[in-house]
Design a binder for this molecule. Structure first.
Ligand code: FAD
Ligand code: NDP
Length: 522
């Protein structure tokens, strides 16, 4: 090992071996070259990369962040901040809010507000949302500057375990050296091999940057991205169809997932179940509608026309351009994700000095707070002597469909599979939010399910909430869940009245009892 000074200011030039002795010759780096030697180089300026870089800089380290956006197939590109800021959580939640406001306006009339007929303007929503996202891009740049982090708007690829080549949009190259790298390149939407998809379809990378309304839209896919996008498109008044290949929200509790879809269907979203696309064409020229041919599970073929097809068919990690074959980083062959967990460190790759965080890491929840926390904890371990590892278990999540779904822990199916039906208790309850009463809104999908062990105090294994403000409601329960709370604790908790969250602590009907889970008002 060379001393840090030697490592920073000199480069190994050659080694001359004579008998038992070895003479090592170093080349002194020019001042320009020295400035490109870092304590840490982070590849990817998204949720995980930025949090790690800022935390490392806070320890006085010399840090560089590279962030480069490959334009989508439709040519959409954006600024610093990664998926969450530009094409994920932030614009999604804002468009979800736009849709919820439409419902609130209808409710408001029943609460006495004299609101004349209102129209929705996609164009105005887009100006607001996209302007806010640009302000976040700017804030991130300012924060990096304030923390003395060098930001390169350049694509990084590895030359070897200690050397990265950064190439900017003009093709200018720079070499960055470090003995610590963090890969935080996230993922991008993946299109299935269906004729016409690349030419004609958009993805979530495009929908948030559309300046004009997408019009009648087909959303292909049935997971988070698909249902959330279909939810806000329907909510702002667009004719929206979801094409489900197998099941909605795979890996989530299926009773909850079905209720999410039932609610969407009742509120105007159309569903094509057990279907997949075969071909997309634009037969009548560039301004004509798209024709989509599709097949159902019985092999029957259909076709329909849409203004827009949004493919929400999963995401793939951005590992292809990193030239990882020049390093000793191992990648999972089928997912393309980076394998972590080497030497007992959750984010350490098979290369001794290269770490990975966020969506690019194999078997980790693809969520912004997960990437942020993992990045911060990693910086603490690398530069502040911390031993604290990221705990990927018991992470809460919310799906921002028109009726929101929040959960922590496992589904009923998974609990039965893991512990056996006889060993778990499932509490369930339908409820009516007070806010729904005066506008006479349908509450038939507002539902809560708590799964616990049968023995002892009933250790909680899953909490599922479907209703207004699910993210806000479930967040506090995630803390209780992490603390190992039991069903007894939940039942002893005094609720806050009148709220939807209190319904969770009032729950007392088990599925096993056969009693009706329908709850009457207080
Ligand atoms: P990213 O944020 O994707 O950042 C990676 C960055 O690296 C990108 O800017 C990329 O362009 C850049 N990059 C890639 N390759 C290179 C290279 N070779 N050189 C330089 N730069 C490179 N999560 C939630 O918690 N809540 C939500 O509500 C939510 N909603 C979502 C909605 C949608 C539509 C999507 C798609 C995702 C959503 N997510 C949500 C997931 C969340 O956005 C991701 O989990 C999170 O952004 C991952 O962060 P990351 O740091 O791993 O990667
Ligand atoms: P997923 O991988 O979770 O889902 C992909 C969906 O596409 C599935 O419904 C799948 O169906 C379907 N699909 C795949 N291939 C085809 C095909 N050829 N034809 C038809 N359908 C197909 O991906 P998402 O992009 O929805 O989400 C990625 C991650 O992003 C999530 O895991 C989540 O962590 C994160 N995210 C988080 C959000 C939040 O926190 N609110 C919101 C959005 C994303 P099948 O089940 O049949 O395979």
């Amino acid at each position: 090992m060379y001393s840090p000074l030697l490592r920073k200011n000199y480069q190994h030039f050659k080694s001359l071996i004579k008998g038992n002795s070895c003479t090592v010759i170093f080349r002194k780096l020019s001042s320009q070259e020295q400035s490109q030697v870092y304590d840490l180089v982070v590849v990817g300026g998204g949720s995980g990369g930025l949090s790690c870089a800022k935390a490392a800089a806070g320890f006085g380290k010399k840090v560089a962040v590279l962030d480069f956006v490959r334009p989508s197939a439709q040519g959409t590109k954006w600024g610093l901040g990664g998926t969450c800021v530009n094409v994920g959580c932030i614009p999604k939640k804002l468009m979800h809010q736009a849709a919820l406001l439409g419902q609130s306006i209808k409710d408001a009339r029943r609460f006495g507000w004299n609101i004349p007929e209102v129209n929705f303007s996609w164009e105005e929503m887009a100006v607001g949302v996209q302007g806010y996202v640009r302000s976040l891009n700017w804030n991130h740049r300012v924060q990096l500057k304030d923390k003395n982090v060098d930001y390169f708007n350049a694509k990084g690829s590895f030359v070897d375990d200690n050397t990265l080549e950064a190439v900017d949009a003009k093709g200018q190259k720079q070499i960055l050296k470090s003995n610590k790298f963090v890969i935080a390149v996230g993922g991008r939407p993946h299109f299935p091999d269906v004729p016409g998809v690349v030419e004609h379809a958009i993805s979530s990378d495009d929908v948030f940057w559309l300046k004009n309304s997408p019009g009648k839209t087909l959303v292909v896919g049935a997971s988070y991205v698909a249902l959330e996008c279909a939810g806000f498109l329907t909510g702002v008044g667009l004719d929206t169809t979801v094409m489900i290949r197998s099941m909605p929200l795979r890996a989530f509790d299926q009773e909850m997932a079905q209720l999410v879809c039932n609610h969407m269907e009742k509120h105007g979203t159309k569903f094509l179940r057990k279907c997949h696309p075969l071909q997309i064409d634009r037969p009548n020229g560039p301004s004509g509608p798209l024709t989509v041919k599709y097949r159902n599970h019985q092999g029957k073929e259909f076709s329909d026309t849409y203004d827009t097809v949004l493919m929400a068919t999963g995401r793939r990690p951005e590992t292809q351009t990193l030239q990882l074959q020049n390093t000793s980083v191992q990648v999972d062959q089928s997912s393309g994700k980076i394998l972590g967990g080497f030497d007992g460190d959750g984010e350490k790759t098979s290369a001794a000095n290269i770490y990975a965080i966020g969506d690019v890491l194999q078997d980790r929840p693809e969520l912004t707070p997960v990437a942020i926390k993992a990045g911060k904890l990693l910086a603490n371990r690398l530069f502040d002597g911390s031993k604290l590892q990221m705990d990927y278990d018991k992470v809460g999540t919310a799906v921002f469909t028109p009726l929101e779904y929040g959960c922590v822990g496992i589904s009923e199916e998974a609990a039965i599979h893991r512990f056996g039906e006889d060993n778990i208790e499932v509490y369930h309850s339908f409820y009516k939010p007070l806010e729904y009463t005066i506008p006479e809104r349908d509450a038939s999908q507002c539902f809560i399910k708590v799964i616990c062990m049968r023995e002892g105090a009933g250790k909680l294994v899953g909490i599922h909430y479907l209703g207004p403000n699910a993210g806000e409601v479930i967040q506090g329960f995630v803390t209780a869940f992490r603390a190992g709370a039991s069903m007894t604790t939940v039942m002893r908790t005094v609720g806050i009245h009148p709220t939807c969250a209190e319904e969770l602590v009032k729950i007392n009907i088990t599925k096993r009892s056969g009693l009706s889970p329908l709850v009457t008002a207080c």
